[in-house]
Write a protein that binds this ligand. Structure first.
Ligand code: GSH
Length: 198
């Protein structure tokens, strides 16, 4: 059976799963769903009810990072897994503290002003460090870390594009701009009809 990928176009977790699947060329059946109207087949398959969710003969993979690794372990033409160990620390920081800050800044109205200010300060530290880390990529060449982080960096930048553009992070801005204008990103953001069930 061809593995099934349940996805939602604008979800950054789903984006990174689709990016890894795209680079590896591993075949999946892409089922685009709506989070406000989750199909029964998705809810039956997904333990967490979140996207992305990959259904294979061997079982269900419910975490985007695990879906990336599943694809890359089958085929890794650009050597994304050939990443220094620090890459894992970056991914953990992005998925943990940075993602929490991102949600607080993005949904600021739901939080106390002091909490939002602390979250923004945390995000600024993250971007200052990322700026120091980056050349063209985070390491000598493109790796899992770049593609695991970029959809979230993009989401943060889009909260307030003018503010983001005014920050002293030229490498982060260039890295993000290259990603957003890449054919690879274009391909994974192509609009798909919503899957309505078999
Ligand atoms: N840890 C999960 C998180 C996935 C996640 O939180 N996805 C969000 C969308 S961006 C979701 O599906 N939320 C469920 C909902 O909105 O009902 C992963 O890495 O795949």
């Amino acid at each position: 059976m061809t593995p099934i990928l349940y996805s939602f176009r604008r979800c950054p977790y789903a984006m990174r799963a689709r990016l890894a699947i795209a680079v590896t060329g591993v075949a999946v059946e892409w089922r685009e769903i709506l989070l406000r109207d989750k199909p029964a087949a998705f809810l039956a398959a997904s333990p967490s009810g979140t996207v992305p969710c990959l259904v294979t003969d061997q079982g269900v993979i419910d975490e985007s990072l695990d879906i990336m690794l599943w694809a890359l372990r089958q085929n890794d033409p650009e050597g994304w897994l050939d990443m220094p160990d620090e890459g894992w620390d970056w991914i953990a920081r992005a998925d943990g503290p940075f993602k929490r800050s991102l949600d607080r800044v993005k949904y600021a109205v739901r939080h106390e002003a002091t909490e939002v200010a602390a979250a923004r300060a945390e995000a600024v530290r993250f971007f200052d460090d990322l700026e120091a880390q980056l050349g063209d990529w985070m390491f000598a060449r493109a790796s899992l870390a770049d593609y695991a982080l970029l959809p979230f960096v993009r989401q943060f930048a889009h909260i307030d594009t003018a503010w983001f553009a005014a920050q002293p992070w030229p490498r982060v801005q260039a890295w993000l701009a290259r990603f957003e204008t890449s054919d690879r990103f274009g391909a994974i953001m192509e609009k798909r009809a919503v899957w309505v069930g078999a």
